[in-house]
Design a binder for this molecule. Structure first.
Ligand code: C2E
Ligand code: CA
Ligand code: CA
Length: 711
């Protein structure tokens, strides 16, 4: 106390004690400073604030209560203040700190008041510790941000875990609880790695560089189950740019994995049957062949093609077709062993692979197993639909060394099985390749032939009325005399044309030529001769087909009723609405529809009532066997009776003997065609013969040529 008075020398005792009382009564720390910067008076709060005793304070300069870095500025400020001497605040916000006896700093705010005692000028500073206020401000700021943060976090659909720098969880949003079943409070303070499924924790740096890249891993739920999540970890940075922790954002990717698995599955499996597809088959073959190469075993590849599948699909619908395929798939799966693979190549083609086979006999035995479950059938609309398969077999290393080679060769063998009447097995033989190469050569040559137009020709085979013995029609039959491969019979080049897509062009060409020739023949002879043209099913499927027929008739000025279109039973059996529509349109145009090779076994007669068929042509096989078996005779009787009842006429083809002719006439068959009446002949020959038969002679060659020039 004494010291105080000592420091304010000019004050009277009364003034000094009054001043002291005022200072002690104020809630702030008060420091009075003389013009020289010396502290002359302090109160108890000042002692408390700065941590110095009163005696110490009174021996200090005021700058000593200021951190070193601010002292010079403070001195300047104080000097200028003393010159002006008006009350003013000092140090708002965070820019002023007091220095405590223990060296720590305290944020302060100061109010300055000039005091003149006697002659001397003093500055009375009221010092306020604002650390608490700042803390509240900070807290408020944080709270403000926090509530925004919280509401964002709460509404986020993905799990968000906030951790400190060590990875301890400091916050979790509601989605985390939904995902894992843990409440936020249960997670707080625990390491982030506790939410990881065991497999993912081991030896993994959980921050992964905190680059925000999504990583797929397992989270463990409260119930112990695992959920796969996509997790991204990013650092949390505070205002000062300091990393304060991490943010782990995770979302359930179960759905995504399912889709991915499905896509992956479909990439190597067939969607309908669930069987491996071609890509998986190839992979499997590569592996099986490698194993066989190592241990000297064999790999057998069976290519199984469902017979007449298209017919089922077309006539009974895709649903029935699918069911049949599923049934076949099931049956094959049933007889396949652990090391076998059953695959679907698409369409009606299946493959079975037997790996690590010892010898060919083993393959034969396995094929017998298949034969025990196939043919198979499914019921569709109360009809039993039967599925047989044609099987081609190729064995590594005997018949091929690579997957593609084996597949190709099994395919060649399978076609042989088809050709041999279906429901059959054929083993690949090298000779078969010569054949399929030949097909390639043939189709290339045929393409050239169609471009050049001088290798192909049409011959006409007469059709005779059995009642009168007169020729009433001719069937146009294609001929090909190839410059490169010689004479090729239609039984060989027609299938090649069908397979290579040339049949439409070839058929169109035959149709136009036949119409021209028929028109010329009718003009020259005055006879109402008809012309029959064969139509391949593939040709029939073309949209442009009706237009082509009409154009050919128009170009030749041939009445439509003179044209008979010979279609196969298959067209009718396919029960294709488009095909039916085409048939009706052709009928409307006025052409006649003839079912060729009738009786080969597919169409029931009842079927025919649904189509505008004018004529049936009994297959020459029946005619051939006429005189040998009574059964065939009975079939012909039935066909005749039924066809006539339905208003159709019947022709028999392949009539070679007088007995056959007599028999057929006796049964009331309308027409006959066959070597007995005449083989196919070129137009000129037919024309000559026709004119001769009606007693007209002349320069028939010229007439023929003239007729054809109109084309
Ligand atoms: P297809 O329609 O059944 O024609 C009748 C076939 O039987 C002809 O054989 C004919 O020469 C033969 N043939 C005629 N009479 C007799 C006989 O008394 N006995 C025997 N065994 N055979 C006889 P081709 O000319 O070899 O034709 C074979 C097949 O080629 C035809 O059978 C037909 O399906 C097809 N074809 C011929 N030309 C064409 C055509 O222009 N377009 C289409 N799509 N197919 C054609
Ligand atoms: Ca025919
Ligand atoms: Ca025929």
């Amino acid at each position: 106390m004494v010291a105080i008075e000592d420091r304010v020398p000019s004050a009277s005792e009364e003034e000094a004690s009054r001043l002291r009382l005022i200072l002690e009564a104020t809630p702030n720390a008060m420091v009075m400073v003389g013009g020289d910067g010396r502290i002359v008076l302090v109160n108890g709060q000042a002692e408390e604030l700065f941590g110095f005793g009163r005696a110490d304070l009174l021996s200090m300069r005021v700058e000593q209560l200021i951190p070193q870095r601010s002292r010079r500025a403070h001195l300047r400020y104080r000097t200028s203040y003393q010159a002006e001497s008006a009350a003013r605040p000092m140090g708002a916000g965070r820019d002023l700190y007091g220095l405590r006896s223990d060296g720590t700093e305290v944020p302060i705010e100061i109010g300055l008041n000039p005091i003149v005692i006697g002659e001397e000028k003093f500055v009375l500073a009221s010092v306020i510790d604002i650390s608490e206020r700042l803390a509240v401000q900070d807290a408020l700021a944080v709270a403000g941000k926090d509530s925004l943060r919280r509401s964002i976090l709460a509404s986020m659909p993905c799990s968000v875990l906030v951790t400190d720098l060590e990875g301890r969880i400091v916050a979790a949003n509601p989605a985390t609880e939904r995902l894992l079943g843990h409440s936020e409070s249960a997670l707080l303070g625990r390491p982030l790695t506790t939410v990881y499924a065991p497999s993912h924790v081991v030896g993994q740096d959980w921050t992964r560089g905190a680059d925000g890249e999504e990583c797929e891993l397992g989270y463990r739920r409260r119930d112990g189950s695992e959920v796969t999540v996509g997790e991204a970890i990013t650092p949390v940075v505070d205002e000062a740019g300091q990393a304060s922790g991490y943010l782990a954002v995770a979302f359930d990717i179960t759905k995504r994995l399912e889709v991915r698995a499905r896509v992956a599955y479909l990439a190597d499996h067939d969607a309908l049957t669930g069987l491996p597809n071609r890509s998986m088959l190839t992979q499997h073959l590569v592996e099986s062949i490698a194993t066989a190469e190592r241990n000297g075993s064999k790999v057998a590849l069976l290519l199984l093609d469902v017979d007449h599948f298209k017919r089922v699909n077309d006539s009974l619908g895709h649903h029935a077709g699918d069911r049949l395929l599923l049934r076949v798939a099931e049956q094959l799966a049933e007889v396949s062993g652990e090391k076998d693979l059953v695959a679907r190549l698409g369409g009606d083609e299946f493959v079975m692979v037997f790996s690590e086979v010892g010898d060919l006999q083993e393959v034969r035995d396995r094929i017998k197993d298949i034969a025990a479950v196939l043919p198979t059938s499914v019921m569709v609309n109360n009809h039993e639909v039967l599925a047989t398969v044609s099987v081609g077999c190729a064995v590594y290393p005997d018949h091929g060394e690579t997957p593609s080679n084996l597949l190709k060769n099994a395919d060649v063998a399978m076609y042989r099985a088809k050709a041999a009447g279906r429901n059959n097995v054929r083993w690949f033989q090298t000779e078969m390749l010569i054949d399929s190469n030949e097909k390639l050569v043939l189709s290339a040559s045929l393409r050239h032939a169609l471009e050049r137009d001088d290798e192909l020709s049409v011959v006409y085979q007469p059709q005779v009325s059995l009642a009168t013995g007169e020729v009433v029609a001719y069937e146009a039959l294609a001929r090909w005399n190839s410059r490169s491969v010689g004479q090729v019979p239609p039984d060989r080049f027609i299938p090649v044309a069908e397979d290579s897509g040339l049949i439409a062009e070839l058929g169109g060409w035959v149709l136009r030529r036949a119409c021209q020739d028929a028109a010329a023949l009718r003009r020259a002879s005055g006879l109402p001769l008809r012309i029959a043209v064969n139509v391949s099913p593939r040709q029939f499927a073309r949209k442009s087909w009706v237009g082509e027929v009409q154009a050919a008739l128009d170009a030749a000025s041939l009445p439509a009723s003179a044209l008979e279109l010979e279609i196969t039973e298959g067209i009718l059996m396919n029960d294709d609405h488009d095909a039916l529509a085409v048939l009706h349109t052709l009928k409307e145009i006025g052409t006649r529809i003839v079912v060729d090779d009738f009786g080969q076994g597919y169409s029931s007669l009842a079927y025919l009532t649904r189509f505008p068929v004018d004529k049936l042509k009994i297959d020459r096989e029946f005619v051939r066997r006429l005189t040998t078996t009574d059964a065939d005779a009975a079939v012909i009787d039935a066909i005749l009776a039924m066809a006539h009842a339905l208003g159709m006429s019947v022709a028999a083809e392949g009539v070679e003997t007088v007995e056959q002719a007599r028999y057929l006439r006796g049964k009331g068959c309308d027409k006959g065609q066959g070597f007995f009446y005449g083989e196919g002949a070129p137009f000129d020959e037919v024309l000559t013969r026709t004119l001769a038969s009606i007693g007209q002679v002349g320069d028939v060659r010229d007439l023929g040529a003239e007729g054809r020039e109109q084309s």
